[in-house]
Design a protein around this ligand. Sequence first.
Ligand code: FAD
Ligand code: EPU
Length: 338
Amino acid sequence: MRIQKDISLKPYTTFGIDAKARSFVEVDSVEALRQVLLDPAFVSTEKLILGGGSNILLTKDFEGLVIRMAIMGVSIAAEDELYTYVRAGAGVVWHELVTESLEMELSGLENLSLIPGSVGASPMQNIGAYGVEIKDVFHCLEAVDQQTGELRIFSHQECQFGYRESVFKHELKNQYVITAVTFKLSRKPQYQISYGDIQKTLEAMGVTDLTTKAISEAVISIRRSKLPDPAELGNAGSFFKNPEIPAQQYEDLKNRFPNIPGYLTTPGQIKVPAGWLIEQAGWKGYREGNVGVHAKQALVLVNYGGAAGEEIKTLSKKIQASVWEKYGIPLSAEVNFI
Ligand code: FAD
Ligand code: EPU
């Protein structure tokens, strides 16, 4: 195991911010992870667990130890009458797991195609897209306690999944390193095509026989049409979460802004697309120096090159203030600030 010193994290996050890590190590096994966590030289050092770096904004140099997850491997853990339980290491690239599941003719991950990042980070914020969240296909995960090095299994219930939420962002924040995740995938296709433009895209693609692969291709096509490729333009996907507001507040806003979109989620709560609020507040396509708001998706903040994390943070604060002023709705960040 090689501990590197004072390295740039620019290649390790999709925002492409040139911040430094005081110490940096890649771990490819649970044993290697334990060795680092329990190393007396690092026991009291602040740690940052890094997957693909696609949901992180580095606002300054990180003075502690970055542990980059490189635990690989995809295997079938079990099978029952209807489901195949697929276990993947935390370092597996998410979309590679999706592709493998399609090759195994398993259904459940197709709507989550092309989400950047690693398997290990997927339960952190219960990743979701096009009507599916990982909570719908999650079976259990393995995680190592950062203090003791002990391995613990977390059930679905213990993860406390919510919209872009889990126990690992709250009560257990910075306490566990997720080392593997097991998904419960169906051998009988369970198609989810009611969300957004999926059906329209399948029709445009000339698909008559629905398959999981066709759904995956449709999702990929929609995503490519609006989300910037981090290899070309630094970003971390949706910068903010879509806010949920009380139904009464939504009705009041509807009187003032008749076109405001909203979807009933939990009873009495309406989810409003943050992208709409930000666009209507005049930010879509806005650019200020090296940072800006994506021209095709107002929920995505971008680094045109050379931006400091603080510049992106400052822009995000301005957007929050203007949406609050116009609509009285607080936007909360989806991206993790470091
Ligand atoms: P990182 O950014 O490396 O880490 C994210 C957080 O998880 C950090 O707090 C980190 O410390 C922690 N962490 C990472 N790995 C572990 C681990 N093994 N154990 C413990 N903690 C860990 N998200 C969606 O939900 N839906 C989308 O449709 C979507 N689209 C996106 C599109 C683009 C273009 C981009 C750039 C991002 C998008 N995202 C989306 C956000 C991002 O892809 C997800 O949040 C993803 O799960 C992050 O994975 P990562 O490995 O890059 O995590
Ligand atoms: N909209 C606008 N202007 C914009 C963008 C969006 O008006 O510039 C409005 C439109 O009304 C549109 C609606 O917002 O119909 C929804 O937009 P979109 O379908 O692009 O999805 P989103 O709500 O902006 C969410 C997730 C994405 C996920 C997509 C697809 C969050 C915070 N974001 O985005 O996840 O891929 O739905 O399911 O929930 C991410 O988390 O990083 C991410 C990209």
